[in-house]
Design a protein around this ligand. Sequence first.
Ligand SMILES: [Zn+2]
Ligand SMILES: [Zn+2]
Length: 264
Amino acid sequence: MQDWPDASTFFGWMFAVTFVGIACWEAWRPSRAAVAPMTLRWVGNISLFGMALLMIWLVPLLSSLGAAKLAAEHGWGLFHLIALPPVLALAASFVLLDFFAYWTHRLMHKIPLLWRLHALHHSDNDLDVTTTIRHHPAEALAQASFDATLALLFGFPPQAVLIYGGVVLVVQTFHHGNVILPASLKALSHWLITPDIHRLHHSRLYAENNSNFGNLIPLWDRLFGTLRKEPEGTFQAGLPEFTGADFQRLDRLLTQPIKVVVTN
Ligand SMILES: [Zn+2]
Ligand SMILES: [Zn+2]
């Protein structure tokens, strides 16, 4: 872990391999038939990812990792003040990062302005591997600001931030997949956010998309009463105000925040 570029490259490849693997799994045995034109959706979702990457490249310090490195250099934040043994600091940071990811996601749904930005992730009329990377650039900026602030306050070790970010990206790519889990893997949902759990978070029904906020493990949803396992009826992804295929065009995606209906 001494060599940062190597660790980042490793997780970059892990993400790429998982993305292609899940895309092949979806093509081979999809869980649901497509509702919206796939090419239009994929071009939009992948373009949004390109914009988010460009933004991270332009402002590298506005990220959890950039802020954690800054905190480590200057000895800022709780973990640098209490000087825990490195292994304990790493484990505690990993748990706290997932805890805060759960709560920032809940805030994204609760605060009207944040919901306007996060709603783009939910307005995808189909749910598949590309939904993982479908976030408005302004939401990516807001999320990066939250993450950087927490990294500065807590002084998370950069290693913890890098490993957590890499693992979460791989798990998120998996749990957005339009795939049917084999019976032998169903038990995974007890301790990992799987496609069976996360798809309900993308439901068109308010009660269902206000559940299952977890990123990595279902523990926080279980503890705070937001875990839901079964849909009320037939599952439908998306938001009621953005059902037409036209809403998936890139220009419409970028201007979507001003058209979101705030009901939360
Ligand atoms: Zn959400
Ligand atoms: Zn999602």
